[in-house]
Design a protein around this ligand. Structure first.
Ligand code: ADQ
Length: 480
């Protein structure tokens, strides 16, 4: 059996409870076959005081999995991570051209770190390794590996949305980025919408030929593509909701809010998640449906995220002010409309919190998938389930059709949907929940990783590797 090699910006210790969907899925697939997980250590090395060996690989073996990591220099961290990954690709892939900062040094740093990853990974590879690269930080990694002679099967999964051509084309290096994807054998997206956007881009900009529904030919290479919507470990969430911490949290919440209906939002504090719009919609709910005053409470948990990026600071201030205003305008001595918590909640407690909530507000302006939506459904009591209010712009909306779908930009419409969720009869809630549960069980995290890896293993490998390697090597497109 081929060994699995996973490459992602960060790695996670397989012995510790996994922090999110990616870590759970990767950990499980790696443990099945044994394998290697390669990425950045999360440490920044101060170049002024270092010996030249700071980029040395550190390897640690845990069971049948080896974790191999490297540090980054301050310059690489600033340009590759904060710069190109989080100040260019993240906003652009979430349709936020207004927030993108197209600095030439960022593009050069991105290219440099991808090459560094390839240089460090290459000596560790065996000829029949299956390589699975994750997310927007590492788009050009396969092209760099090919340029060094790597002929392994390499797959790529994009966790964030693929924007339409008109947005992608605003990135100065768009052509290079999209061509780099053709150095992979298989590229997976979260949704059919993403697949359509990518296909349209390469057909229009690179005269790609569609050989079949999942095969495209361009740049002298044939690429297999597909939608592999990421799922969750449903049983893990079901069990956590009933384990000690889950039950304690559930009971504390039910006691505290016995007379009140609880609405819940759980997100990273990120501008893609539509948090200010959500607070507006909740305010609209209190204005339009006064029966919710003194009786509904929104708990919004927003964990700190990428605080070194300026746009996140602005968002934090905006949220402080919006939550302060709604509490000031509507709050009473014994009731505050919004409880805003700018912290992480322990993973073991989240399912209990989901289960105690009447309604979850998952209303991103744009999201690759959104695992919180799926976790909320899995944690519910099937005999008295809460309702999911879901943005039509989350990748999850393609699957979770029985949720109440909203346009997060429309505060009035979102408030109406929240009201409908709050007053939905038990029978309808049970029916919708059953349907949603069967969808998230069918396409869970195990399905996600095994179907992607199965497709990668069986992909017919193209022989045009060398040509692509050369085109991937071109400096001019990255302005490096
Ligand atoms: P994220 O943008 O991080 O992920 P999401 O999928 O919702 O978004 O969350 C990831 C995990 O973090 C979930 O398991 C959730 O429970 C946890 N989490 C979020 N906020 C938390 C908080 N405040 N406290 C504790 N835990 C919290 C990216 C993409 C998504 C895609 C995933 C996986 O942006 O669209 O679904 O990758 O592919």
């Amino acid at each position: 059996m081929s060994r699995l090699v996973v490459v992602s910006n960060r790695t996670a210790d397989p012995r510790k409870a996994a922090a999110g969907g990616l870590a759970v899925a990767v950990k499980e697939s790696l443990q099945q076959t044994g394998g290697l997980w390669f990425g950045w250590s999360g440490k920044i090395h101060d170049e002024s005081e270092h010996d030249a060996g700071y980029q040395d690989l550190r390897a640690q073996t845990v069971g049948n999995v080896t974790l191999a990591t490297i540090d980054l220099s301050q310059r690489d961290y600033d340009t590759y991570y904060l710069g190109y990954s989080n100040d260019v690709l993240w906003p652009v892939f979430h349709y936020r051209l207004d927030l993108a900062n197209f600095d030439v040094d960022f593009a050069a740093g991105y290219r440099r770190v991808n090459r560094l990853f390839a240089q460090k990974l290459m000596p560790l590879l065996k000829p029949d390794d299956l390589i699975w690269v994750h997310d927007y930080h590492l788009i050009p990694l396969a092209a760099e590996l090919r340029a060094m002679g790597c002929r392994n099967r390499i797959g790529f999964f994009l966790h964030v949305p693929m924007p339409p051509l008109e947005i992608m084309a605003a990135v100065p290096e768009h052509e290079w980025l999209m061509r780099s994807l053709f150095a992979y054998d298989l590229v997976g997206f979260q949704s059919e919408t993403d697949v359509t956007h990518f296909t349209h881009y390469v057909q229009s900009e690179a005269q790609a030929e569609q050989l079949s529904h999942d095969r495209l030919r361009a740049f002298n290479r044939t690429l297999r593509i597909g939608a592999y919507p990421i799922g969750i470990d449903v049983d893990e969430v079901v069990n956590l909701a009933q384990a000690k911490e889950g039950r304690d949290t559930f009971e504390r919440m039910r006691e505290e809010y016995s007379r009140r209906r609880l609405l819940l939002g759980v997100d990273r504090l990120d501008y893609s998640k539509g948090l200010p719009q959500r607070i507006h919609a909740f305010r609209e709910l209190l204005a339009q449906y006064p029966e919710n005053r003194s009786s509904a409470t929104l708990i919004q948990i927003a964990s700190p995220s990428r605080e070194a990026v300026g746009a996140y600071d602005d968002l934090r201030r905006q949220m402080d002010s919006l939550c302060g205003a709604i509490n000031g305008d509507y709050g009473e001595l014994d009731w505050m409309p919004v409880r805003y918590i700018h912290r992480n909640v322990a993973r073991k407690r989240l399912p209990g919190l989901y289960r105690a909530s009447r309604v979850a507000l998952v209303t991103p302006l744009r999201d690759g998938m959104n695992l919180v939506a799926k976790e909320f459904v899995a944690a519910q009591d099937p005999a008295d389930p809460g309702m999911l209010v879901l943005s039509r712009f989350a990748g999850a909306a393609e699957q979770l059709k029985e949720a109440l779908m909203v346009n997060p930009y429309d505060a009035h419409g979102t408030a109406q949907a929240i009201q409908r969720a709050l007053s939905m009869p038990l029978e309808e809630r049970i029916q919708r929940h059953e349907a949603l549960m069967s969808r998230i069980r069918k396409h869970d995290v195990h399905w996600w990783s095994s179907s992607f890896l199965h497709a990668l293993k069986h992909v017919e490998q193209d022989q045009g590797l060398d040509h692509n390697a050369k085109s991937g090597q071109s400096e001019r497109d990255t302005r490096a």
